[in-house]
Design a protein around this ligand. Structure first.
Ligand code: DO4
Ligand code: MG
Length: 286
């Protein structure tokens, strides 16, 4: 089941909807569902939505609503170096930081870093940013886990962990600047609820970058390639830290464009994940 946040017409009111067939949104307002939080915290979100959908809900064309990022008040965190491919790329980009990546890939404790405040997250169809002081910018297409306040997996969405690889590669201590800046995190288009890790591990992640409408880079990977379990990642995130509003956790990238590639303003980043859908954003310099 896919649940989204959206705005309609010229209204600024954010509503919650059920994405019926990737073309229709059922407005959940008449069923009393106007925030994601109580739904995600509840014991059976899928059952609650199934019951709501049996009512007579207003049907809207997906093409006619404006999707908002599927995050309300949750902090967004990210895991790093969870794929072999990511480890190899980071070692290649850095000089004295190289062994850190090797070690964290093998260590019990994963790399986890703060990525974004919820209000700074970019939605589908909104611009993602590349820093004006970076020379080497890439998207990182990642499965994002939607976790409730108990650290339980409620659903999944698509994440883009936009990154400045030259800044990160220069010195590991610059990681927060390489990772967190205006428009550096996109989430969407919605959340797929009621998933199990076993099923999600069969999903494919696909990235395509378009430049002037033409394919400039494309690659894919599988969620199965993530080295760590979802419970392991969530468990470390929730160790000695409370997330009363839940959290979103990006699970790392397994797709790395070649070293010669850097994003430019106007490029379009298209990320597809099986079982969720497509997140599409144009690149802007920030
Ligand atoms: O340590 C650098 C960042 C790693 C990352 O974001 C990833 O592997 O996805
Ligand atoms: Mg990443």
């Amino acid at each position: 089941m896919k649940v989204c946040r959206f705005k309609q017409g010229s209204s600024n009111e954010v509503r919650v909807g059920l994405v019926a067939d990737d073309a229709t949104v059922l407005d959940l307002t008449p069923a009393g569902i106007n925030r994601l939080f109580p739904l995600l915290e509840g014991p059976e979100p899928v059952r609650q939505l199934e019951e709501a959908a049996r009512g007579n809900l207003p049907r809207l064309a997906l093409a006619e609503v404006r999707l908002c990022a599927p995050v309300e008040q949750q902090e967004v965190w990210a895991a790093g170096v969870t794929y072999q491919r990511s480890k190899v790329a980071r070692i290649a980009e850095s000089d004295f930081s190289a062994t850190a990546y090797d070690r964290v890939y093998a260590a019990d404790r994963p790399e986890l870093f703060f990525k974004s405040m919820p209000e700074k997250v970019v939605a589908n169809a909104e611009p993602v940013g590349i820093r004006r002081d970076a020379r080497w910018s890439v998207p990182e297409p990642e499965l994002a886990l939607v976790l409730n306040s108990r650290g339980g997996l409620v659903g999944c969405t698509i994440g883009n962990d936009m990154s400045s690889r030259d800044i990160e590669g220069e010195n590991l201590l610059y990681l927060p600047q390489a990772k967190t800046y205006d428009r550096s995190c996109a989430l969407g288009p919605w959340i797929t609820l009621g998933v199990t890790e076993a099923a999600v591990r069969n999903w494919e992640i696909r990235l395509e970058i378009l430049r002037a409408g033409q394919p400039a880079f494309a690659d894919s990977t599988s969620v199965a390639q993530i080295k760590r379990g979802f419970g392991e990642l969530a468990g470390y995130l929730f160790r000695s830290q409370t997330f009363a509003r839940g959290a979103v956790l990006l699970t790392g990238t397994g797709i790395i464009p070649p070293e010669s590639f850097t994003l430019q303003a106007g490029d379009v980043v298209v990320i597809d994940i099986t079982g969720i859908g497509r997140l599409r954003n144009t690149v802007a310099v920030v």
